[in-house]
Design a protein around this ligand. Sequence first.
Ligand code: FES
Ligand SMILES: [Fe+2]
Length: 462
Amino acid sequence: MGKIEFDYKQGFVAYPGGRSGPAGDKAPYVDLGTGRPDRTRYFSKEEADLEWQHLWMKTWAFAGLLQDIPNVGDYLRYNLGKESFVVVRTKTGVKAYYNVCPHRGNRLVHTDFGTTANACFTCDFHGWKYNLDGSNKEIRDELIFRPEVICDRPGLTQVSCDVWNSMIFVNPDPKPRLTLLEHLDVMPQHLEHYDFSRLRVLRDLEFCWDANWKTALDAFIEFYHADDVHPEAIPVSEMLECQYDLYKNGLSRMIIPIGYVTSRHDDRDTVNESLKMFVSIYGGNPDDYKHLKGYEYKQAMTDTKRKWAKKHGYDFFDKLSDDQVVDDWNYSPFPNMTINVFADSVLLQIFRPHPTDPRKSYYNAITLCLPVSDDTTQVLDLNSFGPESFGPAGWKGEERPARFTPKELSEFGYLLAQDVRRIPEVQKGLESECFKGARLSESEIRIRHYLAEIDRLIGRTP
Ligand code: FES
Ligand SMILES: [Fe+2]
């Protein structure tokens, strides 16, 4: 391996000369210092309470997918800490309400997904009914109430809800400081050519970690851990020279270049078996690319994936740069989400606080794929990707799989299991008296970035 230079103010640039267009450009450096984050924010109840008040109740966060509520009257439940919300498709768009019946407080819906009967919600305690616009439709046996008790015809309490590229976001604040598009800053522009509406859910898992939501999130917004945790990726992807970008409102991104022999390897000419396998998965023939050296092999990946897109009818690939077609563009919209964007599949990860215990949190990993048009092509399940499995063949995405909770490590899928088993260990260690806060590299700067945004919202910094 040759000597690699690093200037922290420049960082590593994934696409020299702006070859991938403005969306791929390195963002200007933001100096977030060298301090060690206070470890207590990863387990203290006081910190969790501050976050609840200043962050969770006032910020946009991912609630679900438009694909999961295709018809008027379909709903999904979105639980966040001690609160629960119901998101419903109405004739005039998607709306969200507290999942609370104003009569005595019963939860209105009790399942993750469902369809209302007769376009209204019916509470299963005393039968009050609510229209999809949240207004009160019926109070059972109204005559037994003194009029003053119900004269305002109590309806559901609405919260802010908006949709970007098939992703539904909810902000409990009815008058948000920023619109959803403002909150997401450059991400919608960067991803304007991706059509997420064509993705279908391949896997959806939910898990309660023995770790604070931030401990879990931190493990997925840096790739510094990849050499140790994901050694299988070494032959096919960058580990060191990834690009880390910070944007407004806590948004950040990392670009993990894929599909060639990187500068970490002494022999960059030989095309390894993993690279050939990638080409084969997408229906290409490695023999067609024998003229390419290992460090040039991204051309083979690009060519193969573009042919794959043509074959299966995904014209939007024509608008993506070669780098977007092959690489992993990993965005983290503040505060609690990662979106790993590959052209043909997307991995969403959501990290939500536990209702009462800051040492626990809820995690969702949703794998989305573009369905294939024949019966043999495989789709890539990003979480289970590993030596023995990639994803199903001939997958049409017609049936939405149920959300499930893994009982064994192996049920997370090969790749994700590598991360999962480490996170509770990190939580235990950072609670030790000997630990004085993380020493973060510049490849872990996204951690500093979202913590700084939380500090701003809490009012610790201007
Ligand atoms: S609590 Fe809903 S109708 Fe009584
Ligand atoms: Fe990982």
